[in-house]
Every structure is written in C-alpha cells, then in structure tokens.
Design a protein around this ligand. Structure first.
Ligand SMILES: [Ca+2]
Ligand SMILES: [Ca+2]
Length: 397
C-alpha cells in the first residue's frame, strides 16, 4: 500500500503547488492533452541548473533519490482535486550538485517523463481518477550524469480526473502479476522468472517486463502474450559467433512484470524479482556447447502456394522444461506463417517464434509436445535448418 503523508516539504512548495492546482481547476486538463499539462508542471518546478565550476569534469552520477512515497499535495484554495498525484522523496547527493529530478510514470507504452523539478516533491496532473499510478524518480547532476532509479512507488490520483483513459468501455486494470519466482527456467544461460497470471474484468491482453538498468527501468519484454507466465532473457546468443555482452555471468538482474488489458489499462507492478545469470555456464569460446536438451521433428505437407507444418518438441534432457519459446528461421524470403495452433505463433522477417500455451508449458524428460501452423510460400518451401528452445540449440530429426 502506498504510504500517505503530508511532509514539511509541501510547506516550502505550497505556494507553487497552490498556483499549479489553481491553474488545474481554472483549466481542467484532459489526459489526451496530458503532455502539455505535464510540461506546465515541469515549467513551474524547474529552476535553472546550478553553474558548474568545471563542466564536463564531473563523471560521477548522483545517488538514487531515496524513499519515494505518495504524499498528497495541499488541497487547492478552492474547488477540489482533479486527477492529481503527489510524490515526495529524499534528496540525492552529488559531489558537485544535483540539477534536477525527473519523475517517470508507467504507462501501457512504457515509462514516460511526467515532471522535472529541482525540489524533492512533484505534482503530476491530468491523471484519470480512481486509479493508482506507478512512478520512479532519477536525479541528474549539472554535468548530465543520471542517477540510478529510485524504488518504485505507486500513488493514487486524487479527485475524479477530467477524462479517464480509456474514456469508455473497460476502465478497470488487470490485477498485478503475483507469485513471482526467480530462476524458474532450469538449465538456462540467462535470467528467468515466472509469475501467477493476472486476472481482468474483460481479459488480460499481455504483459510487459521491465529490467532495472543504470539510470532507469528498461522495457526488456514487450507485449508478451496474455497466456505468458514466464520471461527469459539470454546472456549469450545460442548462435555461434554471436555473443551478447550485456549480461555478465554470475551477475543478478532485477525485474518486474505488469499486465495490460486490450483497452490499455495497466496493472500495478509485480513484486521485484532478482534473477542471476549462472556463473559457470559454458561459453562458446571457452568450452563446447552443452548437450542439447531438446529434439525437434518438423514435417510439412506442401502444395502450390501453401503448406501445413507439424512441429514436435521432445525433452531429451534430464530436467523438466517449464515454459518454452521455440525459434527458427525460414530459409526462403517467400515463406510465411499464416496461422498456428497449440502455441502463440509470431513471425518477424524470416524469424518465427512459438511460445507455449498454458496447458503445454511443462515438458517432462522424455515427453513431447506437438503443435503446428499453416503457411504460404512463393515457390520453394525448404525446412528450417536449425531450431532453438529457450535460446538453446535443439537436435533436429
Ligand atoms: Ca556528479
Ligand atoms: Ca480491464
């Protein structure tokens, strides 16, 4: 639950906040025009940066803003709140000086900046009422170095708000994903976590996953299907010679997941979950690849212009596969996925991806799951040459 308090900080900010809220009431903002309103807030709260004695020599970012919390601003002199959330935090420290704080808000399209200020309080306006929003704060110093993100904070918007978004139809967000469990995909060279599915009055349309990065939260997984209940991210590519370097073996990474419905309502975030990349996982340069734990049987029936394919995955390893993502590439430009079954199928360029359905997520050692799809082609319909499951190579039958 967000902590509600009315700190002394508002006493200092009171005049400005009062002016801002007065302006809100005189000209009620709408969320569609929220950016303009938010810029108004930004203009009110931004002060010129402190002059730097030696610009460019400061390469150390400020510390993260501390203890972010919901704190309602003082009531407006007249009228009432209209879709307003207040935030407070404790100051960052920096050897030279903090120039500003930036407030980022979670939306269905990722985090967006909704306020910047030199104070340790912010008022975010133009929000839909009866809704709780999720934020974090970063500090920027005079030289432009940005701090790590603060903790996440969820704050309610006070007052009815001008125009809820969406304006009609489904206005109830899904429940937040619960029961996060780190490192739930066994024997995987990367990070993974699982969750208990969210529920929604209409239906969960998908999930977004965020990873904590040096200066904010990065959207690491976007529009995962509504049936998804796990997320994986690889430290190393399974393609020989193609090694990703942004993950370090043995390092831990922090994530959360949110659910979205088709109307664009976003849930509260899940609990944070910390996943660790295995420290001793063989790399391509250091040692041979580990033995494959999956086998793929790919069969097609082809006719002029079209084909039907069946795909069988067999677990030839010794551990359960719990949640999977099969990937392969069509050898020919003209090969195209048109519809699939028993998995969530998608194609990007020549790359095809199939993500497990709820009911076939788990594959016991020795067991198989079968799925398939219909496709189109423009002359030739060769089989894919290789398949990966959870980014690891499979044996091809
Ligand atoms: Ca600095
Ligand atoms: Ca809904």
């Amino acid at each position: 639950m967000p902590r509600l308090s009315w700190p002394a900080a508002w006493a200092a900010a009171g005049a400005v906040a009062g002016a801002l809220l007065g302006a809100n009431i005189a000209a009620p903002p709408v969320l569609a025009g929220g950016a303009a309103q938010m810029h108004a807030a930004r203009a009110l709260y931004t002060t010129p940066p402190h002059p730097s004695p030696s610009p460019g020599s400061d390469v150390t970012p400020p510390t993260a803003p501390g203890d972010p919390r919901a704190c309602p601003p003082p009531p407006p002199p007249s009228g009432s709140f209209q879709g307003v959330a207040g935030l407070c935090w404790t100051a960052s420290s920096d050897a030279v000086g903090v120039a500003e704080y930036r407030v980022m808000m979670l939306t269905a399209d990722g985090f967006i900046e909704v306020a910047s200020t030199s104070r340790t309080t912010a008022v975010v306006t133009g929000l839909g009422g009866d809704r709780t929003y999720t934020f974090y704060v970063v500090a920027r110093d005079v030289a432009g170095n940005v701090s790590p993100p603060s903790a996440l904070v969820s704050a309610p918007a006070l007052g009815a708000g001008p125009t809820p978004t969406p304006a009609t139809g489904d206005t109830t967000p899904p429940t937040g994903p619960a029961g996060t469990q780190a490192d739930c995909v066994p024997d995987f060279n990367g990070t993974s976590f699982c969750w208990t599915p969210s529920t929604d009055d209409v239906g969960v349309a998908g999930y977004d996953v965020y990873r904590r990065a040096g200066t904010g939260w990065t959207r690491a997984g976007r529009d995962l299907p509504g049936t998804a209940r796990s997320f994986i991210e690889a430290g190393y590519s399974s393609v020989p010679g193609q090694q990703y370097t942004y993950f370090t073996p043995g390092n831990s990474y922090v994530y959360f997941v949110v659910a979205k419905d088709a109307a664009g309502n976003v849930s509260l975030p899940s609990d944070l979950v910390t996943s660790t990349v295995p420290a001793d996982y063989p790399t391509h340069s250091a040692s041979p690849s580990p033995p494959a734990t999956c086998r793929v049987d790919y069969d097609t029936w082809t006719w002029p212009g079209g084909f039907a394919a069946t795909v069988k995955i067999t677990n030839i390893g010794s551990a359960d596969i719990d949640g999977w993502e099969l990937r392969f590439a069509f050898p020919e430009q003209g090969q195209e996925l048109t519809s699939g079954y028993s998995a969530t199928w998608s194609q990007s360029g020549r790359d095809v991806k199939a993500v497990n359905a709820d009911w076939n997520a788990r594959i016991k050692p020795g067991a198989s799951v079968q799925m398939g799809f219909n496709g189109a082609h423009t002359g030739a319909n060769p089989d894919p040459r290789s398949f990966t499951l959870n980014l690891r190579d499979c044996v091809v039958s």
